[in-house]
Design a protein around this ligand. Sequence first.
Ligand code: PHE
Length: 453
Amino acid sequence: MPEQIGKRDSFASKFGVIAAAAGSAVGLGNIWRFPYITGENGGGAFILIYLFFVVVIGIPAMMAELIIGHRAKRNAIGSFRVLKPNSPWVIVGYMGVLTGFLILAFYSTIAGWTLHYTYLSIIDAFSNKTPEQLSNIFEKFHTSALLPVFWQVIFMIFTAGIVIAGVSKGIERYTKILMPLLFVILIILDLRAVTLPGAKEGLNFLFKPDFSKVTSVTILEALGQAFFSLSLGMGVLITYGSYIEKDNKLINVASEVALFDTLVAIMAGIAIFPAVFAFHFTPNAGPGLVFKTLPAIFQQMPAGYIFAILFFLLLFVAALTSSISLLEVVVAAMTEELKMNRKNATLIGSITITILGIFATLSFGKLSGFLIFKKTIFDLLDFVSSNILLPLGGLFIVLFVGWVMKKDDVLDELSNKRKYGVPYFGTYMFLVRYVVPVAIAFIFLYSVGIIAK
Ligand code: PHE
């Protein structure tokens, strides 16, 4: 019997489980990262590869994390310790916590931008500006020294404030209302975007695959984006899975969250690319894409003032529900493994993350010349965590479920202790044992040569 720990928090409702997991998955990855990575990797062909990875690798890996956490009822580190005591597998947990730390450092940079843009929309800073002026506003803001750091710190205070309060009350209640609202606003933005003059070119870019643009790096980027967007490979879903006490079917949680996450990403693309082409921006504008193009759309729509505020506010909320999950991985590990109280763990965790995060923020301005492996601090944090650490973590997580856990235990988890049938169990085991690990390993090896150049 594993050692006893104090009473753990848990989600209060079945829908709350989905909302919290979707809250983690849907975030800047969908609305900020997906469109610009798609833009840099040639559009439609990238999306096809992405979709393929979500189904074949993402959903099985997501189930694997939920299985581990739900079985062990522990944080990302403790889960491996409980399920396979005295083995090196616990390193996978440590790696996950480290990855969460690195991701939140650069994630909070962009989340801070969303706060500044909420503020700019409230003071009506976009009206009567040309697309070029809007682009300049962004350039000036994100390269300056103080303002982005100020917003980043504010964002981290929000994140820490909610995490200190615990899992069930805050996160669950807010995500249940705000996720559907975000969805409705995206639909309205999509309708405006597709009716812009010249929208067709943008939609073509998004949906007409041009495979000549696909390189081995594209494939690694697509895999990294799938892991990043689904919050996979670092223990978010191990941690959240450990808070599930209701009769949720883990297969349904994984597939519903993956479906919703993918839908939001595609819808973000539909909102953005028509505007990119209509207003003569370039699709490969990088991290600034959303911040330059969307204000230009808002100007062209009735009640654009209101929609701008709503959109950036919701983007902030989407970022918040994701950053909470990132910090929760770190905090859950510190409280259970180091027996720290929640408040101290949250403070220590968020302060150290913020300090690293400030360097990421400054790497767009003052530190832009400071390069490691030819990348700025921000790019390095993003690239290493999304494209290397997450897929690597995911690889070990599926191997753990496929080869280390007992098959009967895995079946117990998927069938809610044999209450429901699991029709494709054999297929699932085949996927986590062979297909997913081989696919991840292959993509790595295939890309390594190119990365090294
Ligand atoms: N999935 C989140 C997003 O798309 C980011 C994230 C990555 C959150 C990894 C948790 C873990 O914005």
